[in-house]
Ligand binder design. Structure first.
Ligand SMILES: Cc1cc2nc3c(=O)[nH]c(=O)nc-3n(C[C@H](O)[C@H](O)[C@H](O)COP(=O)(O)OP(=O)(O)OC[C@H]3O[C@@H](n4cnc5c(N)ncnc54)[C@H](O)[C@@H]3O)c2cc1C
Length: 469
């Protein structure tokens, strides 16, 4: 072990000493552990308050039904598999399809259907849509927020008519005009991609969506523990110690080392500290003042089983209607098979000022269903979960505020990255993996002549038509 000897002397009686401590055992924390091992660190501690690894990849099972928090789909060409190839055999292969409930009450293509949203609207509406797009492309040059960005590409009229504006408000937890342009430019490129002339022409001439080059995967029916346990074992065999289910009281800084003080159990110490937990939490643990806490989405998941007539064929349905807080539902029985003849699905509801509990979210969802015949039959709530800090909210100025708070952590000596650690809406495990590698300055050794161009490789996931996460 390199220079941890002196530190060991100083703290020997109270703390276990490591080459590095990583806060958070989600994808970012696990990739960080894998990278640090490859960078010749020998003893690494990964600390998480959850009793499991995988972070917000969370499943919930009861009575033979099995659900996820969110709609989690992975790919067989994910860079995560370069770190943990042992995962691949545990995923199941799925063939998901995506649709959206539009404001006119029809289940149609995502994010825009030429047939239903434009041609089916009638000659007068077509003229209005065309005029609005031309107007936007010519006059809407000064883009200030996420709404301006979307309106530039599809026109303000279609933005409203298609329900995309309402979906964006649901997704962000606030109206898109309050959302920083930076998020739209970074994470909503699918709007641009779907509304470019080339893409529109392709849609007009093509009946089926383009063939995906990579395979879509979901966790095994037995849950994320069955998926991630082999990765955890591999890391542990190579020097990673997991302190899971550990509540951290505080993080203290000595002259040149950190000490993590848990509410129970032994302290741990290291010269290097990496954080993938929310920035607000990292500040609190380190006793750093924070004038403006960063806002995050609280996600309510409703888990239903169902027997009856389902009014759509797609496995994933987005809510683009003008009403209700639910944003997406995923039919898990399409992936894992029915249980006792019943289908089952999870509904994601973004918590807001009025929808603050599972009961309220369920009542509103059921009232919305009653107005849109998408489930006719017996619908039973099997359970629900509330996830705080599901993803960051980019209000105006939030990216700059986050950057300054990350800098503050850096000055304190902490490297902060990941979905929460960088306050960066990382839509997929693929993106989290690449960003953790980048933050640690790691490049995989590429075999000569076999490397695919990176942009092409990274684009494949973007096929998920209304974004992910
Ligand atoms: C609803 C949803 C849907 C998604 N859909 C997809 C998808 O379809 N495909 C895909 O590839 N990815 C999807 N993702 C996103 C993707 O998986 C993320 O990019 C990735 O999980 C981010 O990993 P992370 O480690 O940065 O953060 P997280 O997974 O959030 O991990 C952060 C960890 O920090 C821990 N932590 C927090 N506070 C403390 C504390 N005080 N002390 C100790 N530990 C703490 C948490 O317990 C957690 O384990 C989705 C994510 C969500 C939430």
């Amino acid at each position: 072990m390199h220079d941890s000897y002196e530190l060991q002397q100083e703290t020997a009686s109270e703390a276990e000493v490591y080459d590095a401590i990583i806060l958070g055992a989600g994808v970012s924390g696990l990739v960080a552990a894998s990278v640090l091992l490859r960078q010749d660190n020998e003893r690494i501690a990964v600390v998480d308050e959850y009793p499991h690894i995988g972070g917000n990849h969370i499943d919930w099972s009861a009575n033979g039904f099995t659900f996820d928090v969110g709609s989690l789909i992975f790919q067989d060409d994910s860079p995560l598999l370069k770190h943990f190839p042992e995962l691949l055999e545990h995923y199941i292969h799925i063939k998901p399809t995506w649709g959206r409930l539009n404001p006119q009450g029809k289940v149609t293509r995502c994010p825009i259907s030429i047939a239903d949203d434009i041609l089916g609207a009638g000659p007068l509406e077509i003229c209005r849509i065309a005029f609005s797009v031309i107007h936007s492309r010519i006059w809407r040059r000064n883009l200030r927020n996420a709404r301006d960005f979307a309106a530039f590409w599809i026109g303000a009229y279609l933005l409203k008519r298609s329900g995309l504006e309402n979906y964006m408000a649901r997704f962000y937890g606030m109206p898109p005009e309050h959302i920083d342009l930076e998020l739209a430019e970074k994470r909503m490129m699918w709007i641009k991609e779907h509304s470019s002339l080339r893409s529109l022409m392709r849609k007009l001439t093509q009946k089926k969506p383009p063939h995906m080059q990579n395979k879509q995967l979901a966790r095994p029916k037995a849950g994320y523990a069955a998926l991630y346990e082999p990765a955890k074992r591999g890391l542990a065999e190579n020097g990673v110690t997991f302190r899971l289910g550990t509540s951290i009281a505080k993080v203290m800084k000595g002259e040149d080392h950190f000490i993590v003080i848990p509410t129970e159990g032994r302290q741990i110490a290291s010269r290097r500290m990496i954080s993938t937990v929310p920035i607000n939490i990292a500040h609190r643990l380190c006793g750093l003042s924070q004038e403006k806490p960063l806002k995050t989405i609280t996600l309510i998941s409703l888990y239903f089983s169902f027997a009856g007539e389902r009014g759509f064929a797609q496995s994933i349905l987005y809510n683009f209607s003008y009403e209700a807080a639910w944003k997406r539902l995923t039919i898990y029985s399409d992936f894992y098979g029915k249980t006792d003849g019943r289908e089952y699905f999870a509904v994601e509801v973004v918590s807001n000022d009025t929808i603050t509990s599972i009961d309220l979210a369920e009542a509103e969802f059921r009232a919305h269903l009653a107005r849109n015949n998408i489930f006719k039959g017996d619908l039973k709530l099997e359970g629900g979960q509330i996830l705080e800090n599901a993803y960051p909210i980019y209000t105006h100025g939030a990216p700059a505020e986050a950057a300054s708070q990350i800098e503050r952590l850096k000055q304190f000596g902490i490297e902060s990255f990941g979905r929460h650690g960088a306050f960066n809406y990382q839509p997929t495990a693929r993106v989290s993996t690449l960003e953790a590698e980048r933050a640690l300055g790691y490049h995989h050794p590429e075999p000569a002549n076999t490397a695919a161009p990176r942009e092409q490789h990274d684009k494949r996931i973007e096929f998920i038509p209304c974004g992910s996460g």
